[in-house]
Write a protein that binds this ligand. Structure first.
Ligand code: SF4
Length: 180
């Protein structure tokens, strides 16, 4: 008789989710997609004054393959948008996105033909940080809010299943280029 029959499937799924979420939220590996001045504020978060290591996210990754948290820091032009999308797709599941500052969130003051008016037109965003530029404390606050969000996720979340199915279909040739 399996443990599921003693305790119920929901109990097992909830326990696995708790352990997985606790591990994930306390060991985030940020990938700074840094294009402009907001990235300088993120650099401050890494210093001893703000000490992002207190939240377990002190290990920056400069390859999306070894990261699970994308931080978009700065203006994104239409020319950069496909690169942003590709970097996001390259990250392994589960993954999260924090959109930092007015430029990344809405285009900010750059309401021009060349600037993307918000990265959520290209990739999903978990947390937005307002400001121009946001203070390092605001980025740390966003990190804590993301940790709270992660702790409520479930390993049965259809979000993950849908994304994995999507990537599986794309990689195994079942999807035309126009569908990607
Ligand atoms: S929001 Fe302000 S500080 Fe951040 S990239 Fe845009 S102009 Fe620079």
């Amino acid at each position: 008789m399996g443990i599921e029959q003693h305790l119920g499937n929901s109990f097992v799924a909830t326990s696995i989710s708790f352990i997985a979420n606790w591990s994930r939220k306390n060991s985030l590996w940020p990938f700074p997609f840094a294009t402009a001045c907001c990235s300088i504020e993120f650099m401050s978060c890494m210093t001893s004054d703000f000490d992002i290591a207190r939240f377990g996210a002190e290990r920056p990754s400069f390859s999306p393959r070894q990261a699970d948290l994308m931080l978009v820091l700065g203006t994104i032009t239409y020319k950069m948008a496909p690169v942003l999308w590709q970097a996001y797709q390259t990250m392994a599941e589960p993954k999260w996105v924090i959109c930092v500052g007015a430029c990344a969130s809405t285009g900010g003051m750059f309401d021009t033909y060349a600037v993307l008016q918000g990265i959520d037109r290209v990739i999903p965003v978990d947390i937005y940080v307002p400001g121009c530029p946001p203070r390092p404390e605001m980025m740390l606050d966003a990190l804590v809010k993301l940790q709270q969000k992660i702790s409520k996720e479930s390993v049965n979340d259809p979000k993950y299943r849908d994304r994995v199915e999507y990537l599986d279909k794309a990689l195994n040739g079942g999807m035309s280029m126009s569908e990607r």
